[in-house]
Write a protein that binds this ligand. Structure first.
Ligand code: SER
Length: 292
């Protein structure tokens, strides 16, 4: 059984062999000022998707791979169930005008089914929306790879932008079963084809404008903890080796839900502090204070 640490290495090595430059995780405090926290790796890659920066000059390749520290407060009320966290690690491969949809889907399929030997439960693709056509290509590529359950989906499979503007586009998601037989979304493969001039909220209200980016970008994200749950055949992320040893240190008098929340928030607090945040009454410091 692979440990979470072995999964990280396998992911980085798989994409390194395919010509991706390995880049270290960036800080939980984004360099991009449009958000308080790093919620996705692509946030700090925005300038490579828009063509403002040259990936060849900075990485020696048009494609990169990373294991990124992320913190999302949007799911905080769900922390304590089997799959949600505030702090998590995201495995991702990225391309800035290098390869396209067929290769991105092919890599994901090979990594999940051959490298990890996992069956895919089903995949999704975008049904289309205002100004964005149905993603017939993704449907075609998955079917050509022999995946039989390929489902059309709505706004959930259109990703981004993060912050007040940025790259965004249709996605295709991969679902696998955990030990309880539940389908869990493990990998989100985003095709950054558009630039949105406003936030996601405004886009959903029909108040934002989408324009085509100069080239297609690939932005994928797979939660390490969820993947470990599937690989290690557990019913919850809290039974993987990422969390097991933390939960064992809590007294039995605490409910499972409390133990899980404590474990999640402790990790989030440690990583925020290690990135230089101190508790305060505003911004990221306030998030840290509330987590504490
Ligand atoms: N940006 C996408 C996400 O965060 C894929 O990396 O899910």
């Amino acid at each position: 059984m692979l440990s979470a640490s072995e999964i990280r290495q396998k992911f980085l090595e798989f994409f390194r062999k395919e010509g991706h430059a390995i880049v270290p995780s960036s800080s939980l405090i984004p360099s991009d000022p449009s958000g308080l926290l790093t919620t996705a790796r692509m946030q700090q890659f925005k300038k490579y998707y828009t063509g403002e920066a040259d990936p060849m000059a900075d990485f020696g390749s048009k494609s990169t791979v990373s294991v990124q520290k992320c913190l999302r407060t949007s799911d905080i009320d769900e922390v304590g169930d089997d799959t949600h966290l505030t702090f998590f690690e995201m495995l991702g491969n990225f391309s800035f005008g290098g390869y396209g949809k067929e290769k991105a889907i092919g890599y994901a399929h090979t990594f999940i089914t051959e490298e990890l030997g996992l069956p895919i439960s089903f995949v999704t693709f975008y049904q289309g929306g205002p100004g964005v056509p149905r993603d017939d290509e993704s449907e075609k590529y998955w079917k050509a790879l022999g995946v039989s359950d390929v489902r059309e989906a709505g706004a959930d499979v259109f990703w981004g932008p993060t912050g007040i503007s940025g790259p965004c586009g249709p996605t295709t998601e991969i679902y696998c079963k955990n030990a309880s037989g539940e389908d869990v979304e493990i990998w989100n493969i985003v095709f950054n084809e558009y630039f949105c001039d406003s936030s996601r909220e405004k886009l959903d209200r029909g108040e934002a404008k989408l324009s085509k980016l100069p080239f297609l970008g690939i932005d994928t994200g797979m939660g390490l903890e969820r993947l470990a749950m599937v690989v290690q055949n557990k019913s919850t992320i809290f039974k993987t080796d990422v969390f097991d040893f933390i939960l064992k240190s809590f007294p039995d008098s605490l409910t499972f839900r409390t133990q899980r929340i404590l474990a999640d928030h402790m990790r989030a607090v440690c990583f925020l502090v290690s990135d230089g945040v101190i508790p305060s009454n505003k911004g990221t410091g306030y998030i840290l204070r509330r987590l504490l």
